[in-house]
Design a binder for this molecule. Structure first.
Ligand code: HEM
Length: 240
């Protein structure tokens, strides 16, 4: 169960690292960013149909989500059963006990916040069912994000979710590397450092784009006519 958690967690981590890096294309401008979103849908065409790789990724992510959350719940339930009614029978001493309980709580609540966030995120940017800040359009990822992050409360939702992600990754990377056997001998300080750098680097990489949008540091999206012309020049077709 712990290995399943570790592997599915690491798969998620690779996904969010690529996602954060991909979002940085925002600073290259509207056409470049939407071109990147379009490119993701064109991957391996015509070996697979338009959007095929994206669907494979969605299925893999969903499978990992079920494996990750399912094994977390199973381990929690088993732990609870094993403890029985005497909750404090195997209490660790002082600071160590506090630290591990604190980490467990953070992981549990962090996991719940992240699940809720993913639902919100898909409704906002994939299905466009919730469109705070303006009239979103399929394929115009730059514009949709620009509209969303004009609003402080949308920004806040992302900041809270990313803080949860950061804490989750911080503890998760450490825990996964331990489960997979990377913390034998003298590697402990290095593993702790890797977990810290990855987690906070991820937070910074994700938050830089919404922050720039909120503070008016990015260009406003083009009007429909200009966009249609420029998108056609760049060869971006209907991209959803
Ligand atoms: C500042 C933070 C983030 C921003 C601005 C952002 C933005 C976006 C945008 C614009 C899309 C749609 C891309 C397109 O239409 O091609 C997207 C897709 C997605 N994002 Fe994020 N994202 C952020 C953080 C996250 C995080 C932390 C996760 C996971 C924990 C995540 C998971 C996903 C997933 C799974 C999809 C694909 C949904 C699908 O098409 O089925 N995102 N994101």
């Amino acid at each position: 169960m712990k290995r399943l958690m570790a592997w599915s967690g690491l798969f998620f981590l690779v996904f969010v690292l690529f996602h954060a890096y991909g979002n940085l294309h925002y600073f290259e401008g509207e056409i470049a960013y939407d071109h990147y979103a379009y490119f993701l849908r064109e991957l391996l065409v015509p070996i697979v149909p338009h959007g095929g790789v994206l669907w494979i990724l969605r299925v893999l992510l969903l499978a990992c989500l079920l494996a990750h959350a399912g094994s977390a719940f199973h381990l929690w339930a088993r732990n609870r059963r094993a403890r029985g009614t005497d909750k404090y029978a195997v209490k660790k001493a002082g600071a160590e006990y506090f630290a591990s309980r604190y980490a467990m709580r953070t992981m549990r609540w962090g996991g719940v916040i992240l699940l809720l966030f993913i639902v919100w995120h898909i409704l906002q940017f994939t299905t466009l069912s919730l469109t705070p800040g303006g009239q979103y359009v399929h394929g115009r990822a730059y514009m949709n994000m620009y509209y969303g992050f004009q609003l402080w409360w949308v920004y806040l939702i992302y900041a809270v979710a990313l803080a949860a992600l950061c804490l989750h990754v911080w503890h998760g990377v450490w825990s996964a590397l331990q489960t997979l056997g990377a913390t034998r001998g003298g590697t402990v300080p290095l593993v702790r450092l890797v977990a810290f750098v990855v987690a906070f680097g991820l937070f910074a990489a994700f938050m830089v784009v919404p922050t720039a949008i909120l503070f008016g540091l990015t260009d406003a999206p083009m009007d429909a006519a200009e966009y249609a012309m420029r998108a056609a020049e760049a060869g971006i077709g209907s991209s959803h």
